[in-house]
Design a protein around this ligand. Structure first.
Ligand code: NAP
Length: 283
C-alpha cells in the first residue's frame, strides 16, 4: 500500500503503542496521541512518528484544533484509529450516574466526536480513507460486571454499522473498520476503574469473573501480535492481502468463539420463535 498517514488515539500503552511501531516500521507515517505527552516522548524519536497531546474527552472545538494541527504534520491524514478507552467494572446497581457518564465520555463520545471531525476532512480529500475503531468482543457479547464498558462498545458498533451503510450508499471513498479484540495483555487491567459503591450480595458473580480473568491474564494474547493483525487489516497485508476486509473483524480466537457462540444460540432461538413473531404480520 502507498505510504499512509495514520492518526491514533491512546498510544501511551497497549494496542495503541504497539500499532504505532507496527505502522512506522512498515514505512507509514504515524501521529501518535496521548492525553499525557510525557508518556509518549520516546515515540517522537521513532522514524516516521510525530506526537501530539490529545484527551478524547476534550471539547469538540479543542479536538478540532488538534486535528487541524495534526493534518499539517505530514500534509494529510489517511487513516483514523480510535483506540483510546478504559474499562469501568461493577454490577449494574453499583454504578453511579457519574461513573457511567465518564465511561461513555471516553469510550463513546470521545470516539464519535473525533470521527465527526474527521468525516468532512476525509470527504474533502476525495481519496480512500479509513475510520477504524477498536471496539471489543464486548461490542457483541456482554459479560457480567462489564455492563457499562460493553454498553459503550455495543453503542459504538451500532453507530459505525450505520455509518458504514451511509458511506457505501453515498459512494464516498471512506471505509469503516471495527477491530474487535478478545482478551489481550495490555495495561487495560491496571487501568480498570471500579464502581465506588459495593453491594456485597454480588460477590459470587465477582468471584466468578475474577476466576475467569485469572485464566485470561495467562491466556490473553500479546498486544504486539494483536497490533500486527490490526495493521494487516488496515493496510490489506498478511492474511488480509487481496481480501475484502469485513466491517467487523475479530482479533483473537476467543473473540471468534464467544461471538459465534452467542450468534449461533440466538439464531436457534430466533428460528424457533419465528412462528410467535410472525403472528403479528399483517395478513
Ligand atoms: N486489552 C484487551 O483485552 C482489550 C480487549 C478488547 C478491547 N480493548 C480495547 O482496546 C483499546 C486499547 O486498550 P488497551 O487494551 O491497549 O489498554 P491500555 O493499555 O490501557 O491502553 C488504553 C489507552 O487509552 C488511553 N486513554 C484512556 N482514556 C483516555 C482519554 N480520555 N484520552 C486519550 N487517551 C485515553 C490510555 O492513556 P493513559 O495512559 O493516559 O491512561 C491508554 O493509552 C481500548 O479501546 C479497549 O477498550 C482491549
Amino acid at each position: 500500500m502507498s505510504q499512509q498517514v495514520v492518526y491514533i488515539t491512546g498510544t501511551s500503552s497497549g494496542f495503541g503503542r504497539d500499532l504505532v511501531h507496527q505502522l512506522a516500521s512498515r514505512g507509514h507515517k504515524v501521529i501518535a496521541t496521548a492525553r499525557n505527552l510525557s508518556k509518549i516522548e520516546d515515540l517522537a524519536k521513532v522514524e516516521n512518528v510525530k506526537i501530539q497531546q490529545l484527551d478524547v474527552t476534550d471539547t469538540v472545538d479543542n479536538l478540532k484544533k488538534k486535528v487541524d494541527e495534526a493534518i499539517t504534520f505530514f500534509g494529510k491524514i489517511d487513516i483514523l484509529v480510535n483506540n483510546a478507552g478504559y474499562a469501568l467494572i461493577g454490577c449494574f446497581e453499583e454504578f453511579s450516574e457519574t461513573e457511567i457518564k465518564q465511561q461513555f465520555d471516553t469510550n463513546f463520545f470521545g470516539t464519535i466526536n473525533l470521527t465527526q471531525i474527521f468525516l468532512p476532512y476525509f470527504r474533502s480529500t476525495k481519496t480512500e480513507s479509513i475510520i477504524s475503531t477498536v471496539t471489543s468482543m464486548g461490542g457483541s457479547v456482554a459479560f457480567p460486571t462489564f455492563g457499562a464498558y460493553v454498553s459503550t462498545k455495543f453503542a459504538l458498533e451500532g453507530f459505525y454499522e450505520a455509518l458504514d451503510q451511509e458511506l457505501k450508499v453515498s459512494q464516498l471513498p471512506i471505509r469503516v473498520l471495527l477491530l474487535a479484540p478478545g482478551s489481550f495483555k495490555t495495561n487495560i487491567g491496571a487501568n480498570i476503574k471500579k464502581s465506588e459503591r459495593v453491594v456485597d450480595e454480588y460477590q459470587p458473580v465477582k468471584d466468578q469473573v475474577a476466576e475467569f480473568f485469572k485464566n485470561a491474564q495467562v491466556n490473553g494474547g500479546s498486544s504486539a501480535i494483536g497490533a500486527k493483525l490490526m495493521a494487516d487489516a488496515l493496510l490489506g497485508e498478511g492474511f488480509a492481502k487481496g481480501k475484502q476486509v469485513p466491517l467487523r473483524l475479530p482479533i483473537g480466537s476467543d473473540a471468534v468463539d464467544f461471538t459465534l457462540d452467542k450468534f449461533r444460540k440466538e439464531t436457534e432461538v430466533y428460528e424457533a420463535w419465528r412462528p410467535f413473531a410472525s403472528e403479528s404480520d399483517s395478513k
